[in-house]
Design a protein around this ligand. Structure first.
Ligand code: G3P
Length: 235
């Protein structure tokens, strides 16, 4: 939601009252620091694979991330039973108020989501591959749902169709669960997510740089600098 922190020139009458949110999908502190400086990062998602690529222990990495980005930070549990998930979630959630707990989309996962939502611990229900799964996650009280777009594309199923379906279902029943478009592999995934109006896209560092770069921008800068040398040569 747009707030007073929004630059005044972006607060225009009649504009949709919704801010596009970009999370960075990494546990790499340097990548997070770099992108955070650009003022484009609203949150961070991690998972066991991303944590395994970094040095240091899980909780210290998560804590450090909370000190860099002031927004939702996902930390994933690895237990397969609800009780174990809840036991992992509670201490993780105490690291910082911005932490949400990533829970896999299984029966046990939904049980855990229900318990955690009663305790006001935020959840990001992950590994979502169908609209029916997303519907049940919202009913269980998920704060976020993470459809894995790239992995569906990998098996010849259009991942973005899933995002459209989830958006329609959540809108029909005014679910507050926010859609995080995850498993983003290239810039078009981010643009499609924005066109559909998904709440959030969580984007790897490489794709963020691809979104930013344009060869004509680089060529344009080079040309301006070369021409400027002629101006300097006059004095
Ligand atoms: O956000 C989920 C993401 O980390 C998984 O991405 O590329 O392994 O499918 P990928």
């Amino acid at each position: 939601m747009q707030g007073l922190s929004e630059p005044w020139h972006l607060l225009r009458k009649g504009r949709a009252n919704k801010k596009v949110k970009i999370f960075i999908d990494t546990a790499n502190i340097e990548e997070i620091r770099q992108m955070n400086k650009l003022g484009i990062i609203d949150g961070v998602t991690t998972n066991p694979t991303l944590i395994s690529k970094e040095k240091g222990d899980f909780k210290s990495i998560i804590k450090e991330i909370t000190e860099i980005v002031d927004g939702p930070i996902s930390a994933e549990v690895i237990s397969l039973d609800a009780e174990g998930m809840v036991d992992e979630a509670r201490p993780l959630s105490r690291i910082h108020k911005n932490i949400n707990i990533k829970i896999p989309l299984t029966q046990e996962g939904l049980k855990a989501v229900k318990i955690l939502s009663r305790e006001r611990i935020k959840t990001n229900v992950t590994l979502c591959f169908s609209a029916s799964q997303a519907l049940l996650a919202a009913k269980a009280g998920a704060t976020f749902i993470s459809p894995f777009i790239g992995r569906l594309d990998d098996i010849s199923q259009n991942g973005m169709d899933l995002v459209r379906d989830i958006k329609e279902i959540y809108k029909n029943y005014s679910f507050k669960t926010e859609i995080i478009v995850a498993s983003v592999r290239h810039p078009l995934h981010v643009l499609e997510a924005a066109k559909i109006g998904a709440d959030i896209a969580t984007v790897p560092y490489k794709v963020l740089t691809q979104l930013l770069k344009h060869p004509l921008t680089d060529i344009g800068i080079e040309r301006f600098l070369n021409d400027w040398k002629k101006v300097e040569g006059r004095s």
